[in-house]
Design a protein around this ligand. Structure first.
Ligand code: NAD
Length: 369
């Protein structure tokens, strides 16, 4: 992978890489801030929030001080903080670009939640801004850092199930608040597709290592339901990969919480159920020797992400899921919406090779090489 030896690196190799968390919503509060404690190479050194009171309460609980809490309008003051190497953007999707560009201008690396943005053009602008500022951009695709997803990919790519023919994946959940930002098109960029359907899309691409050549999709949006006035309720999308491999995916904001992935080869299958939860992932491999569930460790998914990005910053390496990986999912999601709108198959730019948009392989517990 391309080294970037001229990146601004932290002085002391032994110092943990410092992150400012931008946005203290549900994910930051319940997962990311606690997860940083499990990280070997990263530490949270500042918090950025629209609610200073909440910021101070979190600061006290996590060994920071009031001086480590910033409001959005004081974001640029982080530029002077030597112990802030990177920002982790955990805001509604349409705000990701603005905060990425502001961070890049300060020379800070950026870890950004999925989806990277609201469409491919916006996401590409984020990649360009980080490249111009010579800072790293990583898309926070936590599933690509779990032993379970690597075991599934290993079984598929290692030939255990024979040549792959078909895949299917569901990521659905029931939403009930019409006022939530997820239900506002300008903040979310779409409904369940960019929020949870993206897991099916991203994981199918990760497990195969190749890129789809076409998409075909339909969606359902009952606009008379206050929940779905602006965004779709559900999407069904089909992805066509090289050699006739086809993936069928379903996503919804109106159905029982379900996360699955299934890969069918000529001689076996891989099933993940649940496939995308924070804990309790399960992978079952069926090959000619029978059915088995590999015993795998369960490291914190967000801690693993923090560590990978911290090591990339320290070593000047492109992360395994860089901004480009997030842009590619947006290109495909843009095509999915186009297909649903036109009723036509949409052809995608052919992408030769494997793992075309990925960087340095992560160290994943329980996996070799
Ligand atoms: P949330 O609603 O719980 O938190 C969003 C934060 O943004 C809050 O602190 C809120 O105050 C702030 N905010 C700033 N401007 C806002 C505005 N105009 N409208 C609404 N909120 C505003 O959201 P969340 O669930 O923490 O999601 C944040 C990001 O994290 C999203 O990009 C989402 O896709 C992503 N996410 C990722 C995962 C994962 O597993 N990787 C899980 C959940 C969310």
């Amino acid at each position: 992978m391309p080294l970037k030896p001229d990146l601004p690196l932290p002085e002391a190799e032994s110092r943990r890489i410092g992150f400012a968390i931008v946005g203290i919503g549900k994910l930051s509060a319940e997962e990311l801030i606690p997860a940083a404690r499990t990280s070997e190479h990263a530490a949270i050194t500042a918090l950025v929030t629209d609610d200073e009171e909440k910021g101070r309460a979190f600061a006290r609980a996590f060994d920071l001080t009031d001086a480590d809490v910033y409001t959005y309008d004081r974001f640029e003051e982080l530029g002077a903080r030597e112990d802030v190497d990177a920002v982790y953007i955990v805001l509604p999707n349409s705000l990701h670009r603005e905060f990425t560009e502001r961070a890049a201008r300060m020379g800070k690396h950026v870890l950004c939640e999925k989806p990277l943005s609201v469409n491919a053009a916006e996401a590409q602008a984020m990649v360009d801004a980080c490249q111009a500022a010579n800072v790293l951009l990583m898309t926070a695709y936590r599933c690509q850092y779990t032993p379970h997803h690597w075991a599934a990919r290993g079984a598929v790519q290692g030939g255990k199930i024979g040549p792959v023919k078909l895949l299917d994946s569901i990521h659905a959940q029931a939403e009930d608040d019409p006022e939530a930002w997820r239900m506002k098109l300008d903040l979310a960029g779409g409904g369940p597709l960019p929020d949870v359907g993206i897991y099916s899309l991203n994981t199918v691409r990760f497990v195969l290592g190749t890129e789809p050549e076409w998409v075909f999709a339909t969606l359902h949006q009952p606009k008379d339901d206050p929940l779905f006035r602006e965004v779709e309720e559900s999407v069904s999308f089909m992805l066509g990969f090289p050699d006739g491999v086809v993936a069928n995916c379903l996503t919804s904001y109106g159905a029982h919480k379900t996360t699955t992935l299934r890969v069918l080869g000529e001689e076996g299958a891989v099933l993940m159920d649940p496939a995308f939860t924070y804990q309790g992932l399960k992978v079952t491999i069926t090959d000619q020797g029978g059915e088995f569930q590999p015993k795998l460790p369960n490291p914190d998914q967000f801690g693993a992400e923090f560590d990978h990005f911290a090591l990339c910053i320290r070593g000047g390496k492109l992360p395994w899921t860089p901004g480009e990986e997030g842009v590619q999912d947006h290109r495909i999601m843009d095509a999915i919406y186009e297909s649903a709108r036109t009723g036509q198959v949409v052809r995608l730019q052919p992408v030769p090779g494997r793992d075309a948009f990925r960087g340095e392989k992560p160290e994943v517990q329980g996996q070799e090489g």
